[in-house]
Design a protein around this ligand. Structure first.
Ligand SMILES: [Zn+2]
Length: 352
């Protein structure tokens, strides 16, 4: 009888890649339009032959290869321009769920910016019906549970905030669980959005703004104090402020960390310099997410692999990371228990 070869670093990595691929996962920071993969964009472009977006998947893959932030904006706008009617919204949403199902993502809080589509002429009620129709179909047919975070496109200022709060509170689709704030941080201080968050919170929505992605930890403090944030989108610069990290840890406020996005947008210089280690070492509940996956040439499995490498995690550590996202989610208690149980079951089966 011969002994099996000792595992090498590369076979261990291959094993962990396979473990991550099959692991049931939840995702908390991923944008609706920003999730349109080349396959989905090809389908949308086929519905609108007058669009300048390439129609075949190969050309689209090239079009989507991330070059710099200006190119990311160009791709993002070209996808926005393909979403012209409620059927486009339904198709995009359902197909995003299909891409999630392929990665064993069981639950996702998708950040939706209804103001962008409504401003472009899609009636608000039709928009809500389209995402809800896709949500119920995705759960029934693909086994992916979707929930919505409606976010304010901050660069459009207070009128956009007013419109987003109105749609969130007055139209309130069944899948809506939270209220967010995106767009540039520099020049758009968080405190001005307080009245809209107050309204959303009074309506029972969770507060989950982006903060501290491109600005210092002061913006994260603003989001906590003025917007009563329960989770922070990115929070990258929180690592510069030990007092802030201690506050996040003590109050159980999770960070939605998106490593590849942070490097692509130059929020951090490289993956190896990402502050996820400092965040985790301070006891902050870290969750791993993609932000705008096809536009940053990534997916959730890759982000888990990146986090595993940076944090030195084995399969059990990766499973714990997946459970962080479940615990930090807006799922109800039975839903959280079920998904935690699935993760535990998968880990136990993996260990054989
Ligand atoms: Zn984001």
């Amino acid at each position: 009888m011969t002994n099996p070869p000792a595992p090498t670093a590369s076979t261990a990595r291959t094993d962990l890649t396979a473990f991550i691929a099959g692991l049931p996962k939840a995702e908390l920071h991923v944008h609706h339009v920003g999730s349109a993969s080349p396959r989905i964009v090809a389908e949308l472009a086929a519905r609108h032959p007058d669009s300048p977006v390439p129609k075949d998947e190969e050309a689209l893959a090239e079009f989507f290869t991330f070059r710099d932030f200006a190119h990311f904006i160009e791709v993002y706008i070209s996808v926005v321009e393909l979403i012209r009617d409620a059927e486009d919204v339904r198709l995009l949403t359902y197909e995003v769920a299909r891409d999630m199902a392929r990665q064993n993502i069981r639950y996702a809080e998708l950040t939706v910016t209804p103001h962008t589509s409504v401003k472009r002429g899609i009636p608000d009620v039709a928009f809500m019906e389209a995402i809800e129709d896709a949500r119920t179909a995705a759960e029934r047919e693909l086994g992916v549970v979707l929930r919505w975070c409606f976010d304010i496109p901050g660069e459009l200022g207070l009128p956009a905030a007013e419109e987003t709060a109105r749609m969130a509170c007055d139209l309130r689709p069944d899948g809506l669980v939270s209220f967010g704030l995106g767009g540039p941080e520099i020049g758009w201080p968080r405190p001005q959005f307080k009245p809209y968050f107050d309204r959303a919170i009074a309506a029972g929505l969770h507060s989950v703004p982006h903060a501290g992605e491109t600005t210092g930890p002061g913006t994260v403090w603003d989001a906590l104090r003025d917007l009563r944030a329960e989770r922070i989108g990115h929070g990258t610069s929180a690592a510069e402020d030990p007092e802030l990290l201690a506050h996040l840890a003590e109050h159980g406020i999770p960070l939605e960390v998106c490593p590849t996005s942070n490097v692509a947008t130059k929020a951090v210089p490289s993956l190896d310099e990402h502050p996820i280690r400092e965040m985790a070492a301070a006891g902050v509940k870290v969750t791993v997410n993609t932000d705008d996956p096809p536009m940053f040439s990534t997916d959730l499995n890759n982000e888990y692999a990146v986090a595993a490498r940076l944090l030195g995690l084995d399969a059990a550590g990766v499973a714990a990371l997946a459970k962080n996202a479940v615990d930090a989610s807006s799922l109800d208690a039975p839903g959280r228990a079920r998904l935690r149980g699935e993760i535990d079951g998968y880990l136990a089966a993996w260990r054989g």
